[in-house]
Design a protein around this ligand. Structure first.
Ligand code: ARG
Length: 563
């Protein structure tokens, strides 16, 4: 029970059924200033029902409340202000964290059911973009969040490894490609070929025709073409895997679009048998007018399949294989209509589980205020950038002159963690400007700031030779610790809310708040002073360290004990 529940219960008893529990709870407010207590009830909402002045109602109600959950209850005009019993609440929260450790905030909503998370999903033979980085980092955090709710996350990298662009690429390689060059710098070289063929196709349409033919050959399983495709794919994956290793993210499946090549015929058959297909200008479509959407293009006039055809096959395959409770696509906002169409077609096919399909979009990243564009050369080279982040973190660690034995490892946790954290603290629908300097700083709303707070609390515990077992008292009643206690108590709801909204930023912002409160505490309170509350204070420090570390783990950010 949190404080609002306790107040609700007390008010319900005093009101004797005149308002339902839910109604009372919805009226409760969190006062902005601590002088007005922890929870406030505005009594003027009852004036109509009870036909009395609000301040009289407030006084009468307050007089009826007897509960040792509260330190005091004050009436100020039409408001009843509740001050929680700090000793009782702090003892309860700290004991809970001590006994549950990193399991504090776990729920069993998922009951072990699968949640499929379609994440990262870069395109073969093209650079891994910052959008793919966002998808990777947000997707991984969501997987961890849902795991905490007892779902079993299935991380799927739906590689963009199929489609007419591979026809383009193969055409270009046949014309101008050099094996050695591709071997040396696969993505650079393949991208050059791709850019060149697209430019030349604008003036020479026969190239387009050639590309279409190559792709059809590929779709029909022509051996030579397939081998070439396989090679491009393998080389690209080697590069992507280096990045995944840097980011410490792994997948349960890397079945991308190509995997569905032999699974699309079934989808087309089902659509056909349900009478959903129409022919329009030679192409096969599903009309989605009643959803106010453009038609879903299932097959082109030449029989070639499309992105959405593969996504339909993938959705069916995933439902069969994983019987998911939810299937989540972490993909940029610019693909919103694609996913609306996907969901609508699944609905038209009569699958009730279409309601369990969610597009989790995110906003664009800019660099120096400008949109990124591979063609205009305004790009972020992610691998180099993450190395640079680690390097800058190392420099800051060196400046502190600590004698860390594992400082390279710590620098990686801080540097790469900083880039991840910066992304995750942003409301996902908002974009942000990519600024490495700001990300890696130890000050401000950054990952390193939170990591540093965690390391500071660990260092206090080391100094005090703190042991979990050796504690006797937990209760704290001072105003300084109270702010922290309230934040700690809120952690489970924070986790729940971030899952409900598919929003890791709620957790990231929470770690910043908890860090700020803790650092204020550290500046004002002599934690290690010998008196009867010392062990309770140390327990508080331990609880902060535990929750910060767990929250960062959920975000995919490591929290070193020393830095
Ligand atoms: N490869 C696509 C892109 O880079 C993203 C794929 C997202 N996942 C999906 N199932 N459509 O734009």
């Amino acid at each position: 029970m949190n404080e609002k529940d306790l107040v609700t219960r007390a008010l319900a008893t005093a009101l004797n059924g005149q308002l339902a529990l839910e109604e009372i709870k919805n009226l409760l407010e969190n006062p902005k200033s601590a002088v007005h207590g922890d929870v406030a009830f505005p009594a003027f909402f009852l004036a109509k029902i009870l036909r009395k002045a609000p301040n009289i109602i407030a006084s009468e109600l307050a007089a009826k409340i007897t509960a040792d959950d509260f330190e005091k209850i004050e009436v100020v005009g039409p408001y009843i202000n509740f001050f929680m019993n700090k000793k009782k609440v702090s003892a309860k929260v700290l004991q809970q964290i001590l006994s549950q450790g990193t399991h504090f905030g776990d729920f069993n909503e998922g009951d072990g059911r699968n949640i499929v998370i379609d994440m990262s999903s870069p395109n073969i033979a093209k650079p891994f973009s910052i959008g793919h980085l966002r998808s990777t980092v947000i997707g991984d955090a969501l997987a961890n969040i849902f795991a905490k709710l007892d779902y079993n996350p299935v991380r799927i990298n739906h590689l963009g490894d199929w489609g007419k662009q591979f026809g383009m690429l193969i055409t270009a390689y046949k014309k101008w490609g050099k094996k050695e060059a591709v071997k040396a710098h696969p993505i650079d070289e393949l991208l050059k070929l791709y850019v060149r063929i697209n430019a030349e196709a604008k003036v020479n349409p026969t190239l387009d025709e050639e590309a279409r033919e190559w792709f059809l050959k590929l779709e029909r399983g022509d051996q030579e073409t397939y081998k070439l495709w396989q090679w491009f794919r393998d080389e690209s994956l080697i590069e992507f895997n280096r990045l995944y290793k840097q980011l410490d993210v792994s997948f349960d499946s890397i079945n991308g679009e190509a995997f569905y090549n032999d699974k699309m015929a079934e989808v087309v058959d089902i659509l056909e048998s349900k009478g959903l297909l129409k022919v329009s200008k030679g192409a096969t479509i599903v009309d989605l007018e009643k959803y106010d959407l453009n038609p879903a293009l299932i097959k082109k006039a030449d029989g070639a399949t499309l992105y959405i055809t593969r996504d339909l096959a993938a959705a069916l395959f995933r439902k069969r294989k994983y019987d998911f409770a939810k299937c989540v696509y972490v993909v940029g906002q610019e693909q919103a209509s694609h996913f609306k169409q996907l969901k609508a077609v699944l609905k038209e096919m009569g699958y009730s589980w279409a309601d369990d399909v969610y597009h989790v979009p995110f906003g664009l990243v800019t660099k120096d205020g400008k949109k990124l564009s591979t063609r205009k050369g305004n790009v972020i080279l992610l691998e180099a950038t993450l190395h640079e982040a680690d390097k800058r973190a190392l420099k800051q660690i060196d400046e502190k002159k600590t004698n860390l034995s594992n400082k390279e490892q710590v620098a990686h946790a801080v540097g790469t963690g900083a880039v991840k954290f910066f992304d995750l603290k942003t409301d996902r629908m908002n974009g942000y400007d990519f600024n490495l300097e700001a990300m890696v700083s130890f000050e401000g709303e950054t990952g390193p700031y939170v990591q540093y707070t965690h390391a500071r609390s660990m260092s206090i515990l080391r100094k005090a030779d703190f042991k979990v077992e050796s504690l006797a008292t937990y209760a704290l009643k001072d105003a300084e610790s109270w702010e922290i206690i309230k934040l700690l108590q809120a952690f489970p709801q924070i986790v729940q809310r971030s899952a409900d909204r598919f929003e890791p930023s709620i957790i990231a912002k929470y770690t910043l708040q908890l860090s700020q409160s803790f650092n204020k505490y550290y500046a004002h309170v002599r934690i290690l002073d010998e008196n009867e509350e010392k062990s309770a204070r140390l327990t508080l420090v331990y609880a902060v360290a535990t929750v910060l570390k767990e929250a960062l783990r959920i975000l995919g950010v490591d929290a070193p004990d020393e830095m």
